[in-house]
Structure formats: C-alpha cells, structure tokens
Design a protein around this ligand. Structure first.
Ligand code: NAP
Length: 322
C-alpha cells in the first residue's frame, strides 16, 4: 500500500510517498481501508516540528473508510462497517491503517466517507469549543477566527444553530464563504480593524467569547474585542504560537479570562469521544451543519496540500484521496 512519511521535520518537501505492507490489526484494533483522509493545520505543526512527534512518522489524525478485519476482542465492530475517526493516533496518511476500535465511530447512512473524513477532527473541535469550553446559549455574541477555514465554517453554522450572534473574521477573499456558513457579520481582518468593527457591531459592548485559531497575529487585537470579564479561547497557531502573554493586559482590558484548549483533552475518555461524535453526526445528518469540501488532492500530493494550506490558499475542508 501507499503511505506518506517524514523522517525529519521541515517544509512540505519532507513528506515522502513510499510503499509499506498492509498492517495487521492487533488485539482491540480494527484494520481500515481508507476512502478519504482529512487534512488539518495540526498536520503541518507535526511536520514542521512545532508540535514534536517521534520520527519517522506517518502524519494525519483523521480519516474514514471501511473495516476489513478486526483484531482479537473487538466485539462492537465488524468487517464491512463504515467508520471514521478524528482524534488520532497519528498514521492517517496511508491507504490502510489500524486503529484502536474504541477510537472510531460507526457512520450513519446519511454521512458518506468523504464527508466524514473532512469533518471529524474539525467538527469535534467545533463541538468542544461551542459546547464545552464556553457553553453557547441563545443570544451570546461570539467572534470566531479564522472563520472561512476547516474548523471555522463548521463552527459558524453550529453556533448559529445554537442561537448565537455570530461574528467571523477572515481574509477579504473569503468573506462571502463565511457569510454563507452561519456568520451574521464577517470582518475582513486584512483590511479592517478587528476591534473597531466589533465595537461597531456590538454597540461598544464587546463579545462574550472570542475563539482565536489564528494565534500570534491576532491575539492582542482579539482581546480588545471582548466585553468586560469575557473569555478568550486561544485554540490555534495558524500565524504562529502566542507566547509571552502579559497578564497585566487581561486586567487592563477588563478582567478577562484566557484558556488554551486542545481537542485531545476533551475527548481523552472514550465515552466523551462517543458523545461528541454522536452530536456531530446529528448536526450534519440533520443538515444544520453542511460540510464544504473545497479541495481534494491525491494522497501522493500531500506536500502540495500542506503548501496550499499554509499559504492560506484553501477554504473550508480539504481531503486527501488514497
Ligand atoms: N486546539 C485544538 O483543539 C484545535 C483543533 C483543530 C484545529 N485547531 C486550530 O484551528 C486553526 C484552524 O485549523 P484548520 O485545520 O481548520 O485550518 P484552516 O482554518 O482551514 O486554515 C488556516 C487558516 O488560517 C488563516 N491564517 C491566518 N494567518 C495565517 C498565516 N500566517 N498562515 C496561514 N494561515 C493563516 C487562513 O485563513 P485567512 O486567509 O482567512 O486568514 C488560513 O486559511 C488552526 O490554528 C489549528 O491549529 C486547534
């Protein structure tokens, strides 16, 4: 089978396409033949070394396909089942892979494998951000950035379905995309001043919560968008990690709260992963969240997919096809 592996950290060019034997499922594992693999910004952090992983490594935390074999002791799944996963472990950039049975979810008929591979990691992220980190209630006002990316388009629709007032921010060429996916107001942060526009939209009140996946480039201006005692959820590093936070800023801007969450801490327990997956499936199967697969690449072109994601050339979800 074909897989993509990197032996040293670096740019997209370190991703190598190679042949490997189809693995055997061990006890408690299933063997999956992938129909599609999800591309995520975190894959670029693993490849670049921002988030260190043991080398060599097959990247990828998200995929969907059909179970071909089950290992000893697996009782709840069987060959022929269509399944998906979005919380690792690493190893998705391959035609076939094994997975712990407890970390995959059986797909409902309404969700095809390409959609599932595109939505699991990003949808589980939207779930915990909106349902756990800050529990959105009707009327809450939120700012989400980047709004037109993989997580952003799912979060906009989900937040709208929960009754929030949704403000998104993204680069100017992607504004219409964000507006079509749940955002009431969209700020082009490459042309407009984020805090000024949020003040206008909220009549000077500020937002209840900011979800910021852009990181270094927007952290301070996003803090200025919060209401007094509002919550900053800094969940990503697309422009680089946020470092050296001056706590005095939180006082100055109104006794703010800050958290730096990661998906794995919200779905570490199998029961939480199953609960989150069920809610996500319900949102997508009911049509309240539409998955926008805007880019498809052959698995062998994973390096190009990484380059496009890092150069901000993508919108919505991206999948790799084995
Ligand atoms: N903590 C967690 O649990 C968790 C889980 C999943 C994802 N994330 C984070 O969520 C963010 C979004 O992830 P995603 O996979 O859905 O990616 P994505 O949003 O599809 O792509 C990243 C987007 O970030 C924006 N961006 C702003 N400055 C950038 C820069 N200097 N370089 C590259 N991109 C820049 C771009 O949109 P514009 O052109 O509109 O600026 C780009 O399209 C990432 O930071 C990721 O690490 C965190």
């Amino acid at each position: 089978m074909e897989q993509v592996r990197f032996y040293r950290t670096g740019g997209p060019e370190v991703l190598q396409v190679e042949e490997a034997p189809v693995p055997e499922p061990g006890p408690g594992e299933v063997l999956i033949q992938h129909e599609a693999i999800g591309l995520n910004f975190i894959d670029t952090y693993h490849r670049s070394g921002l988030y260190p992983v043991p080398l060599p490594a097959v990247p990828g935390l998200e995929g969907a396909g059909v179970i071909k074999k089950v290992g000893e002791g697996v009782e709840n799944l069987q060959p022929g089942d269509r399944v998906a996963y979005g919380a690792g472990p690493l190893g998705a950039y391959a035609q076939w892979r094994t997975m712990p049975a407890s970390r995959v979810a059986r797909l409902p008929d309404a969700i095809d494998c390409e959609t599932a591979a595109a939505m699991m990691l990003k949808g589980l992220t939207a779930w915990y951000l909106l349902r756990e980190t800050f529990r959105i209630r009707p009327g809450d006002v939120l700012l989400f950035l980047p709004a037109a990316g993989g997580v952003g388009l799912i979060a906009g629709q989900w937040a709208k379905a929960l009754g929030a007032v949704t403000i998104g921010a993204c680069s100017s060429g992607k504004v219409e995309k964000a507006k079509a996916h749940g955002y009431d107001h969209v700020i082009a942060y490459d042309r407009e001043d984020l805090a000024e526009r949020v003040a206008e939209i909220t009549d000077g009140r500020g937002v209840d919560v900011v979800y910021d996946g852009v990181g270094a480039a927007t952290f301070e201006s996003a803090l200025s968008c919060l209401k007094r005692r509002g919550l900053m959820v800094s969940f990503g590093n697309a422009s680089g990690p946020v470092t050296g936070v001056n706590l005095g800023l939180l006082a100055e801007k109104g006794s703010l709260y800050v958290t730096r969450p990661v998906l794995m801490d919200y779905v570490a327990e199998d029961a939480d992963l199953a609960r989150a997956s069920a809610e996500l499936f319900e949102m997508v199967a009911s049509g309240r969240v539409r998955i926008s697969i805007d880019q498809r690449y052959p698995l062998s072109e994973a390096a190009q997919a990484h380059a496009d994601l890092e150069a901000r050339r993508t919108t919505g979800q991206t999948i790799l096809l084995p």
